[in-house]
Write a protein that binds this ligand. Structure first.
Ligand code: CP
Length: 303
């Protein structure tokens, strides 16, 4: 087993990422494999989720495993004041792996340090969402035939968007050119620009959206996340900053795909859904295969 936990995408080497993507391709061809007989996996969601939790639970079910957990911390003893450490140490007694989403940045790292079973980060605040990144990489490689030398346009909440932060770091292994389109209040944090500077990678920041996407291989749309704002006025000011409309895709490259980690609110018009360049629902489906790959890789059940 090369890596027990998956807390940050930077925990994985390029080789390990390719291993996961190849395994996911295998699961796409043959999703029902009884590899998790007698395994119990805990899904602890301290924040709401549709895709991450259900695709993990679907992945576990298709692998013949069982899952336990909660979808709301208020139904657990956290509501009585139990600490994250005590929760994790207890749940580690009941399971072979813990998949956790939590609103606090660094919580997954902390959990992995106190757990005696592997911990998978299903999103920690505005920090990281590495399993989303692996399914994003799978989706990009599948649609583009490569991960190398692509132009990726990240649009929306680049400040609090954990899916953006993780994917940006992963794509740095593949000589990516980055375009960041956001309102100034939600621009990409300096630490990520420094990270790209150190790698010698090109990035461009924009405030406007329409008319600049003709070079894109991938447009990665994101939601302005109301739950991350401490000031509701800031959310109101930025919430409708960018809306992708079907006509805007007319002059884009034929290979170009629109990705979105979802959920969407109004940042992609629903008429885009029928466009062959819209890939976000298939991207969500790819989450099942990728998460099957992550689980079996971490548990050493498949090489
Ligand atoms: N992409 C993603 O994390 O979606 P959910 O919040 O529905 O899990």
């Amino acid at each position: 087993m090369e890596n027990k936990n998956l807390v940050s995408i930077t925990d994985y080497s390029k080789e390990e990422i390719f291993e996961i993507l190849d395994l996911a391709a295998d699961f796409e061809k043959n999703p029902n494999q009884n590899l998790l007989d007698n395994k119990v996996i805990a899904t602890l969601f301290f924040e709401p989720s549709t895709r991450t939790r259900l695709s993990f639970e679907s992945a576990i079910s298709r692998l013949g495993g069982k899952y336990i957990g909660f979808t709301d911390a208020s139904s657990s003893s956290v509501s009585k004041g139990e600490s994250l450490k005590d929760t994790i140490m207890t749940v580690a007694n009941y399971s072979d792996m813990i998949i956790m989403r939590h609103p606090i940045e660094g919580s997954a790292r902390w959990a992995s340090e106190v757990s005696r079973v592997p911990v998978v980060n299903a999103g920690d605040g505005a920090n990281q969402h590495p399993t989303q990144t692996l399914l994003d990489l799978y989706s990009i490689r599948k649609t583009q035939g490569t991960l190398d030398n692509l132009d990726i346009f990240f649009v929306g909440d680049l400040k609090y968007g954990r899916t953006v932060h993780s994917l940006l770091q992963a794509m740095a292994m593949f000589n990516t050119t980055y375009h960041f389109i956001s309102p100034k209040e939600l621009r990409i944090p300096d630490e990520y620009k420094l990270f790209l500077d150190r790698k010698g990678l090109k990035y461009h920041e924009h405030r406007e959206f329409d008319g600049i996407i003709s070079d894109a291989d991938i447009i990665y749309m994101t939601r302005i996340q109301r739950e991350r704002f401490s000031d509701p006025m800031e959310y109101e000011k930025t919430k409708n900053s960018y809306v992708l409309k079907n006509g805007m895709l007319d002059n884009t490259k034929s290979n170009m795909k629109v990705l979105h980690p979802l959920p969407r609110v109004n940042e992609i018009d629903t008429d885009v859904d029928e466009n062959e360049k819209a890939y976000y629902f298939t991207q969500a489906l790819n989450g099942v295969y990728t998460r099957q790959a992550i689980i079996t890789h971490i548990l050493g059940l498949k090489k």
